[in-house]
Design a protein around this ligand. Structure first.
Ligand code: DLL
Length: 433
């Protein structure tokens, strides 16, 4: 598989390119948007003051709120006549965040996505079954345009109609599946129920999965159930959509397209930049975007960056799988827990599935955590000995490993609603209403 030349640049060379592009972007946003002029001036910083990449830490952050406050086009640096595409975030409350792409931005997006396909070992000869949602969400169209650009055949399935998708997956002989990891598992479940043999009846050999946090347990389950190579892809609409980073076949960490998006990890409490190897909030500065360039955009996603070159030959900075979002973290009687950690614990127990809902609530002054967990076979709820054993094991595991005192309730197979896109795992009644 080819590697884009820039992905194997020496550190010094990539940093020179980043610095040049950073200066251009800072000048662009400062001169073209009243917002950035104001926030740069408030910090007493001018784009001409940027002399090295370390100076990035002097620049102001951009948040989701800034995008909302300037809804819809207030942070754009081009006129509407130059846009060729508009997308927006998947947020469910308040105004969405809106992003616009010029022709040049679409070229960058296609380029970084073609790099993702290369990381996943996907070529123009592949047939890609694209089950990411189409529409304002960047998943469907982001994969679609770039797969066409690659020269692969793309099947625009979108989300939903699972049983029909299973039929198309088989009949059209797709070799690559692209969707959220939870939907990949749901497709497998439905196919098995309909009597298919996943390894024999399908031609799938790889999947490119992302858009939501995935535990090691869920990743393994998708890999094993389908018997395919698992490439993880990360991205967010504010930065470009899918394609910000993806994993290669050597490691589960994801290579960042850092010639376009400069990553940093900060301590979300103090806002200080953290060194490689430390966990914190991921922040990106786009350095080639024309439509809506963003300076130090706070993603809310928690991860760790690594700078060592990878066995695949790439030298780009890599990020670990996202453990959760800053706003996903539950604090249960003082203990910090991420849904992905609970998911990982569940994945270790025979009889448990990865279909679950976590419900946080208050009992008096104390927090309480209930987990509704679907079992793999009815006997695990109907046989009280089996049920008691499974509940006991999981509750003990959560207490010993995550220090969380949770109450597990087992429910029958198929009783928890499946998600066609990003799964919703937590209901926090403490914060609702
Ligand atoms: O989810 C873009 C995307 C589409 C990525 C398809 C990958 C595949 P948004 O709807 O703007 O964009 O949501 C962005 O989704 O900040 C993360 O919290 C989460 N996310 C995306 N990829 C991953 C991943 C798309 N691999 C938000 N692991 C981000 C964990 C992810 N979370």
């Amino acid at each position: 598989m080819p590697i884009y030349p820039v992905e194997s640049f020496q550190r010094e060379k990539i940093e020179q390119l980043q610095l040049k592009r950073l200066k251009e972007t800072a000048t662009r946003v400062y001169t073209l948007t009243p917002h950035y002029k104001k926030v740069f001036d408030d910090k007493g910083i001018h784009p001409d003051d940027i002399r090295s990449l370390e100076d990035l830490s002097l620049l102001p952050f951009t948040t989701k709120k800034d995008l909302r406050d300037h809804y819809p086009f207030g942070l754009f640096t081009v006129g509407k006549d130059r846009l060729v595409r508009i997308h927006s975030s998947s947020g469910t409350t308040g105004k969405p965040t809106v992003v616009g792409y010029t022709r040049e931005d679409m070229n960058v997006w296609n380029e970084v996505m073609i790099r993702v396909f290369q990381l996943a070992g996907v070529t123009s000869r592949d047939i890609i079954h694209n089950a990411y949602g189409y529409g304002l969400f960047t998943g469907g169209l982001g994969f679609h345009s770039s797969a066409e650009e690659l020269g692969a055949a793309v099947i625009p399935s979108g989300g939903g109609f699972t049983s029909r998708q299973v039929m198309l997956l088989k009949d059209f002989e797709a070799s690559v599946l692209t969707c959220t990891p939870t939907f990949a598992l749901h497709l497998a479940e439905v196919a098995i129920k309909e009597g298919y043999d996943l390894k024999k009846d399908f031609k799938l050999r790889a999947g490119i999965f992302g858009a939501e946090p995935v535990s090691a347990g869920l990743r393994e389950k998708v890999k094993k159930t389908w018997g395919i190579h698992y490439c993880e892809v990360y991205g967010l609409s504010e930065i470009i959509g899918p394609g910000v980073s993806a994993s290669c076949s050597h490691s589960e960490t994801m290579h960042i397209a850092e010639d376009h998006f400069i990553p940093e990890v900060i301590d979300p409490a103090t806002n200080e930049a953290l060194p490689y190897g430390k966990r914190g909030e991921l922040v990106f500065t786009t350095v080639t975007k024309q439509g809506i360039p963003l300076i130090r955009y706070r993603t809310g996603d928690l991860t760790v960056l690594h700078s060592e070159p990878c066995g695949c030959g790439r030298t780009t900075v890599r990020m670990e799988s996202i453990i959760g979002r800053t706003d996903d973290m539950m604090i249960v009687n003082g203990v910090n827990v991420f849904p992905s950690q609970v998911e990982h614990a569940l994945s270790k127990h025979k009889g448990a599935t990865l279909n679950y809902v976590i419900i946080a609530d208050k009992k008096g002054f104390m927090d309480k955590l209930d987990i509704r967990l679907e079992v793999s076979e009815t006997r695990f709820v109907e046989d009280s000995n089996l049920a008691e054993k499974l509940i006991g094991e999981i509750e003990k595991d959560l207490l010993n490993n995550l220090y969380v005192n949770a109450k597990v309730e087992l429910v029958k197979p198929d009783s928890i609603e499946r998600s066609m896109g990003k799964a919703v795992r937590v209901i926090d009644k403490r914060t609702a209403g």
